[in-house]
Design a protein. Structure first.
Ligand SMILES: Cc1cc2nc3c(=O)[nH]c(=O)nc-3n(C[C@H](O)[C@H](O)[C@H](O)COP(=O)(O)O)c2cc1C
Ligand code: SF4
Ligand code: FES
Lengths: 423, 779, 159
């Protein structure tokens, strides 16, 4: 069995418990750095060597991000964990919080130590309230055991973590919207610069990482950056959890080394549902461009390979579609999602997502016009790259890629006022 | 300093500047909607996208900081393509109703759409419709036109200091609205009209009255508070249709208080006096100017000849112009009377003997925004000088410590460092504590040292003193309540001592447009004459009134009315009839500020002149001309002027330099009585914001706002309980002979032994001294 | 008079304690959630009360209440069932489950049964796609891998 960095506790009877975690070496990385007073630079160096890239979607090198933090800034600083996963298709962070909360806590505490933070917040997706509660329990357990709160492991150093519960807004996964949301406001992204590392939560230096990113930290500290890197491939260190959904026999989370061929993952997920043929895959969450089966079957799963294939690894959400899927209908649902979830502050996103949705909706409902496809490409072009946050681009990704790869289906729909697929 | 290249020209810009700043510096206009120089950066409309070398996508100029060596193109193909794309998005849901939109002709969206919009729309879907919002009497909405620039919301949060408008909802469902259709109550609310780049927020009184391009714009100066906001009145067919701000960074920046913006409506009030009138027994008859002036001159001459000049009292409003005030004082003195004053609402004139000059702000208005330490004494600054309050809020936001000593803990919409909230008669004692605390800390408090030795210092006073000892730019400012206070001279003396000891500049927040001018021009006794208080307490045989309504303006309105009613002859030079027919014998219609040339001296000593914006209404005449004729009729020397400028040249020979030479807040020789507060309940009787002067009293839209609500009696909950009164019930307020029946309301921000009953209002005109003692009874 | 029970206020106080003292507003999302859990929905009085409790303008609390999907700004059935219909769930049969629920309850999305027992809502991705089709009961309890049979069981259990 291959190494798992984040979801290994699932192989144990009581995966979420502190006992299971500690019995298998949990919190030893934290104890070690506290006892040895490991210099922060050294930890950051290991994270850099590990080639850990952000698991939240953008794939930004974590070590580099950490090095931006003004650690010696005298005032408050924060570490924020992003468990808002709302990207359709993504459901990995919930499993980390549910089945291995202590590794995330340890990762956040190490981040707090390394970045000189005074407190940490974990922003938890709205619809998973049960996880919010279990996470708070885990925090209590960790506090009681001396791994969190005052005088951690007898070191004299204090650091606490709190949970902040979202309440239904995809945009709060965007890091600055998330900060606004913690501040008790509408979750509207901030223009950058300034970046959170200089102006973050409450205007203080802040580092934000995805849950899976932070949960990988204890492993890296314990085993060294080099071993983590070797789990994956150069520039793509470590394992990655892929959330496989859609038309497979066993939807679920699969943690595999970065660089694993897609075909292997598909097999682990039980293959395309019985009797059907693979048609298309969205390899990195709904914002990632869709790829036709042929391209996908030749692809390995790592940031660089998928980018080369014309999409992105994103959050590692693999949405599998078989030949029964009407691409117009699928796109209509995604277009509706981005329209609904646009925070509304930037003109192109607020106005453009509604425009795109309404046109796709018309096509799906037999009211399409020949010029609609070019119009969609052009409206998309006027959104992408012109908004405050990447939701604008995210909304355009599906529209452009669906039309690019499946234009015939759209044309058929416009001409014949019905689907080319199925029934 | 970074060098950048913008549209081909090389410039050097300040570090930290944005591309928008750089463009402005280079004289390049970058289209924008959400950006506003006074508001935080939203970067959300995306109209200002420009092309930057090496940037993979266009960047918003408003939010992108310059870096050395940057190359920027604001009109390249890529930039214009991005700008056009944004414009198309803005227009898809914007109604095409320019022909009926009040903003038509002065709309940023319309202007830019001409340059950037496509001629036909590619948008074939249904357009969004947004429900209207009720914002009260000042602002109309057409919310479907809103382009979500969020300027109005940021204005509330950042400038007005209160978030009255928000943007609930998400995505395209986001709508600008107030909480629960409450009318907006900020005294600066009208600025959102100027800020709104489209016709979503427009002026309610102006709605559908005229189109932007039909109006001509005339520069003028606000006639209300002592800030002297610069504004433009918009005129058509000899009538003022609206007022808007004129940028002046040193004074009002780009803002107006609602009072400045909406008081023009009063110019056409039914109460306007448009023909001279004389009393004929119980009747009033309209007469021509010659007859009216002859009667005035005759009566004054006769009374002077029989009783001497001292029989004549002259009361002028500090809202009159420099020219008018100068001629009026000249007339008084020509008649042999030194009984002249503009301080009707003052009660203590003891400092007059020891004053070194005219009381003024003590620093430039603009410096209010940059102070490190401020102590406000007896100042209801938000209502009295709304834009000065705005500047103080900016200072606090930038880190200033603002403390107050006042008779009410009103919400200043900013953080208050320390406060001493006591009833009015305890204010002297409170200020003495601060002086004493400084003395205890080893500072020299000069002449007051001997009188404050026994003062017990509270922690709050010590904290205020401590705050004043720190910081570099600091000021102690005396507000209206301190100026009207029965022991105003002692407050002044103590303030001066504290200023000397701590290094804080001492200043006065001028209540009226020309308070400083009136002092500089000598519109107060100079040679032993009677001040306003004495003129009314010791009734005169004749009164000359200019621009005043003593029954509202006076410190003791009841007493004032009695004095006037008992006089043998009263002439009122006024733009409005008001209550003058009750006590006057001749009414002379004089022009309000829009109908005459003139000038005002603002609180910092700035002399600001203006021309008449329109012709005088009816037979109204500019007051300086009326006074000139009166002077001639009375055969007084030196009344030959052929223009307002000529009058001004005599009044202030060196112009503003003459003013500045006469400004001085130093005072000496005021004896400090043993500072003990008066027993019983003190009245806190201030002039409400929309009762300041004859114009605002008659401005219909302002009179419909919450701030103009009929006066009520406000008392602390503990006092209400102690007196067994009922919140919300009617109570009788008694002040000596005077009484009024008003509704009782609770305000725990007042001291327990003070009761707030506004002055300057017809419903309370029957009461006595503004800061006297009163009693309350259940009805 | 307090509008919320002492238990709710104690919960809100616990949330406030998570943030720096000068940033009480950070607790507004939690406070609105707690208030909604007690009251079933957020009336203007409730929002005003919460805003005052946290020392923030009511309009700012209202902005929050209207930005996030899970707050209810009008009265709602005793049992709110929110079905995710986003693409991954749809591929796994959410469309059929939604139709089944609509038919069974006799209402469409955004509607409440006449007896006030159920409200049906369409939801966005709930971050649990691998277990779709799924629904959320009263915002806080999730039911996954729905089939017509498990839907029947679920509804029968909700009185
Ligand atoms: C619209 C939008 C939604 C996002 N949603 C998430 C999310 O749910 N979870 C997440 O970790 N990152 C999300 N991100 C990415 C974050 O902004 C941020 O890059 C990430 O949390 C950084 O963590 P990492 O460097 O560890 O990946 C989103 C970004 C955008 C633009
Ligand atoms: S791109 Fe959309 S979601 Fe992102 S900030 Fe702009 S309006 Fe909000
Ligand atoms: S798509 Fe339904 S939970 Fe994600």
């Amino acid at each position: 069995m291959s190494t798992k960095v984040c979801l290994w506790t699932l192989d144990h009877p009581n995966p979420a418990s502190l006992e299971t975690y500690v019995a298998n070496g949990g919190y030893s990385a934290l104890k070690k750095i506290l006892a040895e007073k490991t210099p922060a630079e050294q930890i950051i160096e290991q994270v850099k060597i590990s080639a850990l890239r952000g698991r939240g979607g953008a794939g930004f090198p974590t070590g580099l991000k950490w090095s931006f933090m003004p650690r010696s800034f005298p005032g408050d600083k924060y570490v924020v964990c992003n468990t808002d996963e709302g990207e359709p298709g993504t459901f990995k962070d919930r499993d980390i919080v549910q089945f291995n909360p202590h590794q995330l806590i340890e990762g956040m505490v190490i981040a707090g130590y390394t970045l000189g933070a005074r407190a940490g917040y974990n922003y938890i997706h709205g619809e998973i309230f049960e996880l919010y509660q279990s996470w708070e329990q885990a925090l209590d357990e960790a506090r009681a055991a001396g791994y969190l709160g005052k005088n951690i492991c007898g070191s004299g150093w204090d650091f606490d973590i709190h949970a902040h519960h979202g309440y239904g807004a995809y945009i709060c996964g965007e890091e600055t919207a998330l900060l606004e949301s913690i501040e008790g406001k509408k979750g509207q992204p901030r223009f950058k610069p300034p970046f959170p590392a200089s102006f973050g939560l409450y205007g203080k230096p802040t580092t934000i990482n995805n849950t899976e990113t932070l949960a990988s930290i204890p492993w890296i500290v314990k085993h060294g950056g080099q071993r983590f890197l070797e789990l994956g491939k150069p520039n793509n260190g470590g394992t990655k959890i892929f959330s496989v959904s859609g038309h497979v026999n066993q939807p679920g989370n699969y943690e595999v080394p970065l660089g694993t061929p897609f075909a292997e993952l598909l097999e682990m997920a039980g293959g395309v549902r019985d009797g059907h043929r693979l048609k298309a895959v969205i390899p990195g969450g709904s914002s990632a461009p869709v790829l036709p089966a042929e391209i996908m079957m030749d692809c390995t799963l790592d940031f660089d390979a998928i980018a080369k294939a014309g999409s992105m690894l994103g959050s590692g959400a693999v949405i599998v579609m078989d030949e029964t899927v009407c691409m117009v209908q699928a796109l209509e649902r995604l277009a509706y999602f981005y329209f609904e979830e646009s925070c509304g502050q930037c003109t192109p996103c607020r106005e453009g997502t509604g425009w795109m949705y309404r046109v796709v909706h018309r096509i799906e409902h037999g009211q399409g016009r020949p010029e609609d496809l070019d119009l969609l490409m052009s409206v998309g072009g006027n959104i992408s790259g012109r908004t405050i946050c990447a939701l604008g681009d995210a909304a355009v990704g599906p529209v452009h890629s669906f039309i690019k790869h499946f234009r015939k289906e759209f044309e058929y729909h416009i001409e014949n006022k019905r689907c080319m697929v199925g029934d | 300093m970074p060098h950048i290249e913008i549209d081909g020209s090389e410039i050097e810009v300040a570090p930290g500047a944005t591309l928008m700043d750089a463009a402005a510096q280079a004289g390049i206009y970058i289209p924008h909607f959400c950006y506003h120089k006074k508001l935080s950066i939203a970067a959300s409309c995306r109209m200002c996208l420009v092309e930057v070398e090496k940037a993979p996508k266009p960047l918003p100029a408003c939010a992108t900081p310059v870096t050395d060596g940057m190359k920027v193109w604001t009109r390249s193909e890529r930039a214009v393509e991005a700008q056009k794309g944004v414009m198309e998005f803005l227009l898809i849901n914007h109604p095409l109703d320019c022909p009926i939109c009040d903003q038509g002709g002065e709309c940023q969206l319309q202007d830019l759409a001409v340059g950037y919009g496509a001629s036909n729309s590619r948008y074939a879907e249904p357009k969004r419709v947004v429900r209207e919002k009720e914002l009260g009497p000042l602002i109309s909405t057409d919310m479907t036109r809103c382009i979500h620039c969020s300027r109005c919301v940021r204005f509330g949060q950042e400038i007005a200091g209160m978030m009255e408008l928000g943007m609930p909802g998400r995505g395209e469902h986001t709508e600008v609205m107030p909480w629960l259709e409450h009318q907006v109550t900020s005294e600066l609310s009208g600025n959102v009209i100027d800020l709104c780049p489209v016709g979503a927020l427009t002026s309610k009184p102006f709605r559908y009255k005229a189109r932007g391009w039909e109006l001509s714009r005339r520069r003028t100066v606000s006639p209300h508070d002592g800030l002297g906001a610069n504004m433009l009145v918009h005129v058509k067919d000899g009538r003022v249709y609206r007022a808007v701000p004129q940028d002046n960074e040193a004074v009002n920046e780009c803002w107006l208080a609602d009072r400045d913006r909406y008081s023009y409506e009063a110019l056409y009030s039914e109460d306007r006096l448009t023909r001279p009138m004389v009393r004929d027994g119980d009747r009033w008859v309209e007469v021509d100017w010659g007859k009216a002036l002859a009667q005035v001159a005759g009566a004054l001459k006769m009374l002077r000849d029989t009783h001497g000049g001292d029989a004549i009292g002259v009361l002028a409003s500090p809202h009159q112009t420099v020219e008018e005030l100068h001629l009026l004082q000249k007339l008084a003195r020509g008649l042999g009377s030194d009984n002249i004053d503009h301080r009707l609402n003052h009660s203590d004139f003891a400092a007059d003997a020891g004053r070194a000059g005219a009381a003024w702000l003590g620093l430039p208005v603009a410096e209010l925004s940059n102070l490190d330490r401020v102590l406000l004494v007896g100042a209801t600054v938000r209502k009295d000088q709304p834009l000065a309050a705005q500047r103080l809020r900016q200072a606090v936001k930038a880190g200033a410590q603002l403390s107050i000593i006042h008779a009410a803990d009103d919400d200043l919409l900013c953080k208050v460092a320390h406060k001493l909230v006591v009833k009015p008669s305890a204010l002297v004692q409170a200020l003495a504590q601060v002086a004493r605390a400084l003395q205890e800390a080893g500072l020299d408090v000069g002449a007051v040292a001997a009188s404050i030795g026994g003062v017990a210092v509270t922690d709050a006073a010590r904290a205020i003193a401590g705050s004043l000892r720190g910081g570099a730019r600091k000021a102690l400012l005396l507000g209206s309540l301190a100026q009207q206070h029965p022991r105003a001279a002692e407050l002044h003396q103590l303030a001066w001592a504290i200023g000397q000891a701590s290094g804080a500049r001492v200043g006065f927040l001028s209540p009226a447009a020309n308070s400083v001018g009136a002092q500089v021009l000598g519109v107060q006794p100079a040679g032993g004459g009677r001040n306003a208080g004495r003129m009314l307490a010791e009734p005169r045989k004749a009164y000359v009134l200019m621009g005043v309504e003593p029954e509202l303006d006076a410190y003791d309105a009841r007493q004032a009315l009695e004095a006037l009613r008992g006089a043998e002859f009263v002439v009122a030079l006024t733009a409005f009839k008001g209550a003058a027919p009750d006590y006057a014998h001749v009414l002379l219609p004089i022009a309000p500020y829009t109908e005459t040339a003139g000038s005002y001296v603002n609180m910092e000593g700035r002399l600001q002149a203006f021309h008449g914006a329109v012709k005088p209404l009816g037979e109204t005449r500019p007051a300086w001309k009326v006074l000139r004729v009166l002077g001639n009729l009375l055969e007084l020397p030196g009344f030959e002027f052929d223009s307002a400028e000529a009058v001004r040249a005599e009044a202030l020979p060196e112009g503003e330099a003459t003013v500045r030479a006469r400004l001085d807040n130093a005072v000496e020789g005021v004896a400090l009585a043993h500072p003990a507060p008066v027993e019983g309940l003190d009245r806190v009787g201030e002039t409400p914001i929309y009762q300041l002067d004859p114009l605002v009293r008659r401005a219909p839209a302002l009179q419909k706002t919450a701030d103009a609500a009929a006066p009520e009696v406000w008392a602390h909950g503990e006092l209400i309980a102690r007196l067994g009164l009922e919140e919300g019930g009617q109570v009788r307020v008694t002040q000596g002979e005077g009484a009024a029946v008003l509704r009782l309301r609770r305000d725990d921000r007042l001291p327990v032994d003070a009761v707030r009953v506004a002055a300057g209002h017809p419903l309370t005109a029957g009461l006595g001294a503004r800061l006297g003692t009163l009693s309350l009874e259940r009805l | 008079m307090t509008l919320l029970t002492p238990e709710s206020l104690a919960q809100i106080d616990r949330e406030i304690a998570k943030y720096p003292a000068e940033h009480k507003q950070s607790a507004v999302m939690a406070a609105l959630r707690i208030a909604q859990t007690e009251k079933g929905w957020l009336s203007t009085e409730t929002i005003e009360y919460v805003a005052e409790y946290l020392g923030m303008p009511a309009i700012a609390a209202y902005e929050v209440a209207t930005f996030y999907n899970m707050y209810e700004l009008s009265p709602c059935g005793r049992h709110k069932i929110t079905v995710c219909t986003n693409l991954p769930c749809q591929l796994q049969g959410a469309g059929d489950i939604a139709e089944y629920l609509k038919k069974k309850l006799g209402i469409g999305f955004g509607e409440t049964t006449p007896d006030g027992r159920f409200t049906l809502k369409e939801g966005e991705c709930m971050g649990t796609c691998g277990s779709g089709p799924l629904c959320l009961h009263n915002n806080h309890k999730m039911y996954t891998r729905l089939t017509p049979q498990t839907v029947d069981q679920l509804l029968d259990g909700l009185k």
